[in-house]
Design a protein around this ligand. Structure first.
Ligand code: ATP
Ligand code: MG
Length: 430
């Protein structure tokens, strides 16, 4: 290939340290797409003599014409200096490494450039990062980040994009590539393996070969990651609507099996084809803006396994389980997963109730009074959302869902129309 850039490639105009710097006319980031408060923070830092860069996911998303979730700022000002510049700010976290600048409708996170902590020198020393609070240069800050596309900076001083790690090239190739040695970076923080999968699914990228091979090598180390972080990553991909591709990749790369072996066994191969359809429907639903509770999202994930276990249990018992038994059965079943994933007790309880109510909705009681009782039970709407997803994807129980849905609508309408009852004196019994 000729050394000259093709028309699609960004024009390289200057080199600072080992960075590629793309000037304002050669990239697509426009200040109009950066919120005013973020610009205020960047400009004030810059005018006070500090470096002020937009960093992380926001630069990646702006370059891809996607709306960033949040706008983080990186600077060489130290936290106390940032704190002094912004009256509306607060130093956050252990060891004071971040500053939140608080506006009415948003918080802008400002962090001082950091470098990765020293690694232990012995061959097999434990690599897990426990403390990453050492200030550094912009280059070091870029290198401690996870993927090349997440390590780009937008410099407010001259509106250029600074790339120390080949992120622009990887983005042009649609590659998720770990920065540095993937064997080291995944062992330091195994959650990065899940993040690689999440970004690939979200952006429609491929995981670069070396990065993917390292996931295959280190998949079992995901069990060393902190459970709340892992469950947050899983919930996040369900919440944001890219679960189908991501969970498929988690199955294919072998990450799901150590994490959720029960779920894995229920969906592996082609055991529950409706599961993938269900995630597709779910992704579409949340992308359309419908809010779905975390309890429902997690229930969707365990649904094929729980349904299979319930069906088998009823076969063993030769008939429907008694009402109280269903809840106990589900509680015992999902308790180990919830504990492993460190789900909060409240959410665990909601999941149990939603799954139990779903199971009972599948065989609606014949009389109206019992149906009413269902609609007024707290987990009814969660269970109805689950039933909707289950019915639409499996093709089973569609009529049951229609009936419950129509019934619930009627009850809601009747409630809306109901006048407050006139206060009636009770007739005293003689
Ligand atoms: P999102 O759009 O989901 O917010 P993001 O890229 O902004 O994506 P965040 O989790 O908000 O991701 O993290 C912000 C930045 O911090 C990332 O872009 C990356 O540079 C860095 N980062 C986050 N998690 C890690 C990690 N586990 N290891 C190294 N760097 C990380
Ligand atoms: Mg972010």
């Amino acid at each position: 290939m000729s050394p000259e850039a093709t028309s699609e490639e960004p024009a390289v105009t200057t080199e600072v340290e080992s960075a590629v710097v793309v000037d304002r006319s050669s990239h697509s980031i426009s200040r109009r797409r950066i919120p005013e408060n973020v610009l205020k923070v960047l400009y004030r830092l810059h005018r006070s003599g500090y470096r002020a860069y937009l960093c992380g996911g926001s630069v990646r998303d702006l370059l891809m014409h996607r709306p960033p979730k949040d706008f983080d700022v990186a600077t060489d000002a130290h936290p106390m200096e940032i704190r002094r510049l912004f009256r509306n700010s607060r130093i956050i976290g252990r060891r004071f490494r971040l500053v939140h600048v608080i506006f009415q409708d948003m918080i802008v996170e400002v962090s001082t450039f950091r470098r990765e902590p020293e690694r232990p020198s012995e061959e097999n020393a434990e690599l897990l990062i426990t403390d990453d609070n050492t200030f550094g240069s912009p280059l070091q800050d870029a290198r401690r980040r996870d993927f090349t596309m997440n390590a780009l900076f937008y410099n407010i001083a001259d509106f250029s994009v600074i790339d120390y790690v080949g992120g622009l090239e990887d983005m042009a190739r649609k590659h998720v590539r770990v920065i540095g040695d993937p064997d080291i970076r995944f062992r330091e923080d195994p959650v990065r393996m899940m993040r690689a999968i999440e970004f690939a699914s979200r952006l429609g990228f491929q995981i670069e070969e070396g990065t993917y091979a390292a996931i295959l090598r280190h998949k079992n180390e995901i069990l060393k990651a902190s459970p709340p972080r892992v469950s947050e990553e899983i919930l996040e991909l369900l919440r944001r609507g890219w679960s189908r591709g991501a969970i498929r990749l988690m199955v294919d790369s072998g990450l799901l099996e150590p994490l959720l072996p029960e779920v894995y066994r229920a969906i592996a191969g082609d055991r529950a084809p409706y599961f993938w359809k269900m995630l597709e429907v779910l992704d579409r639903t949340v992308q359309a803006g419908r809010k779905i509770s975390d309890a429902v999202l997690f229930s969707v994930l365990v649904l094929p396994w729980v349904m299979e276990e319930l069906e088998q249990e009823e076969q063993r018992r030769h008939g429907r389980m008694r009402i109280g038994d269903v809840l106990v059965f589900i509680r015992d079943l999902i308790q180990p997963i919830c504990a492993r994933m460190a789900l909060p007790a409240g959410m665990r309880h909601q999941i149990e109730l939603a799954l139990e109510t779903l199971w009972r909705l599948l065989e609606p009681p014949a009389d109206r009074r019992s149906q009413f009782r269902f609609v007024y039970r707290e987990p009814f709407s969660d269970a109805l959302s689950l039933l909707e997803l289950y019915a639409l994807s499996s093709g089973k129980y569609i009529e049951v869902f229609r009936q419950w849905n129509a019934f619930a609508q009627r009850v809601k309408r009747a409630e809306g129309e109901a006048q407050p009852l006139p206060h009636r004196k009770r007739r005293r019994r003689r």
